[in-house]
Design a protein. Structure first.
Length: 417
């Protein structure tokens, strides 16, 4: 492997993540616009997975570099260190040029075992590790963070476009190995695949949809039924809206609200691909914090914008975005505003965030209740973990914990008047 070529791609991807605040895949694609991202020794997809692992290991690599006196280590230095450790962990021989570079910048690294704090070993911001360790046992917190470093891929069979049995046979024909979720028969946990799922004919036709188990549970907690009118606050890109329509066989009516015209335009196209009857979905460009709605709805889904700390398994760049905890408190303020406004318009609602932080979950619900809403928290009819014990509502709310539920980390609460 040409380590100079690979380290350049890794370093530039990290630069784009840090400076442009964009997801790993987008940062890698941007890097590849400026560099050739494959050669005879390594294919682009393999290189992407290396870049993804590198981004995930950022805090561990930075910790090691600083232990060797490298303050503010460069992206390229971290990339070379990553490649060296990558080869060593797999019992492979690094190239002589890479070995020479490492011996120069990290003398005695071969002979010494760097003692690391647990947060660095797991490669997370220190505050993030400490926060979870205060909410769970240290053992559970570390199991959770370990699980969050690995992605479990779930796909939803879209029965608006394909029969479940037919989709399963087609996936088997394409050498996709999977398990059917015992509680949700249209949800499949992918174990192994020969080609990326996105290259499948079923995916291109909108017949299968990558959707995490936790995200599916959010919609199931809503209990959508044919004939219901449902508000979907902060609805784009529309994955959950499409599941509402799937569960109701295109017989619900959804008013989908979002503050981005671009995202709503993309949502319209996505719903069409997924076989949703768009005449039964009204897309509304508005601010969910302040919108006043006249139409009476049966229920509301509030999947609020959040820090996305529960989605690190999907995009390790989120770790870097969470270097400081201020984003959590900014998101909490936004979430309280959206949920409080939403509850003025419906008797029943499901509030959810893809976050492991209680500031974006239990504390939002409690804050909204303090503001005088008449809604009480009731247990949602889904199979997931309980909330954090330090909060009085912990038995009535649900969390999906990566090490327990094999999913992203979501908070889910159902509120009824």
């Amino acid at each position: 492997m040409d380590f100079e070529f690979v380290s350049t791609i890794l370093a530039n991807t990290l630069y784009n993540v840090k400076n442009k605040k964009i997801p790993t895949r987008k940062a890698f694609a941007l890097t590849c616009e400026q560099n050739t991202c494959s050669n005879r020794e390594i294919q682009r997809e393999e290189l992407y997975h290396l870049a993804r692992a590198f981004i995930s290991d950022f805090y561990k690599l930075k910790y090691i570099a600083e232990k060797f006196g490298k303050k503010n280590p460069s992206n390229r230095l971290l990339a070379r260190l990553f490649l060296y450790l990558y080869f060593m962990d797999r019992g492979l021989s690094a190239s002589p040029r890479l070995m020479k570079t490492i011996k120069r910048d990290f003398p005695y690294l071969e002979e010494e075992t760097v003692e690391m704090e647990n947060w660095a070993k797991l490669s997370y911001p220190e505050w993030f590790y400490e926060k979870l360790a205060s909410l769970l046992s240290i053992e559970d917190a570390e199991k959770l963070l370990n699980a969050l470093n690995k992605r479990v891929l779930w796909i939803r069979v879209n029965t608006l476009k394909v029969d479940l049995d037919k989709a399963i046979r087609k996936l088997e024909d394409e050498s996709v190995e999977f398990e059917v979720c015992k509680d949700i028969p249209f949800l499949l946990k992918v174990l192994k695949y020969r080609k990326p799922i996105r290259s499948s004919t079923l995916f291109r036709e909108g017949a299968i949809i990558p959707q995490d188990k936790a995200s599916v549970l959010v919609v199931l907690a809503l209990l959508p039924e044919p004939g219901m009118t449902i508000y979907d606050f902060a609805a784009a890109p529309g994955i959950k809206t499409s599941l509402i329509m799937q569960l109701t066989e295109n017989k619900a009516r959804v008013i989908a609200l979002d503050s981005s015209r671009r995202r709503l335009d993309a949502m319209r196209n996505l719903l069409k691909l997924y076989g949703v009857n768009n005449s039964r979905v009204d897309l509304v460009l508005t601010d969910s914090r302040t919108v006043s709605l006249n139409r009476i709805a049966d229920s509301a889904l509030i999947d609020a914008p959040c820090s996305s700390s529960g989605a690190i398994s999907r995009d390790p760049a989120i770790k870097i975005f969470l270097e400081k905890n201020d984003v959590v408190y900014r998101m909490k303020e936004l979430q309280v505003s959206i949920l409080h406004n939403a509850l003025q318009h419906v008797d029943n609602a499901v509030y959810a965030t893809c976050s492991l932080m209680p500031e974006e979950g239990e504390e939002v619900v409690l804050e909204v209740q303090k503001r005088g809403v008449e809604h009480r928290v009731v247990e949602p009819a889904i199979n997931a973990s309980r909330g954090y014990r330090k909060y009085d509502i912990w038995l009535k709310v649900r969390r999906t914990l990566p090490h327990v539920d094999e999913s992203e980390g979501f908070f889910i609460a159902r509120l009824e008047r």
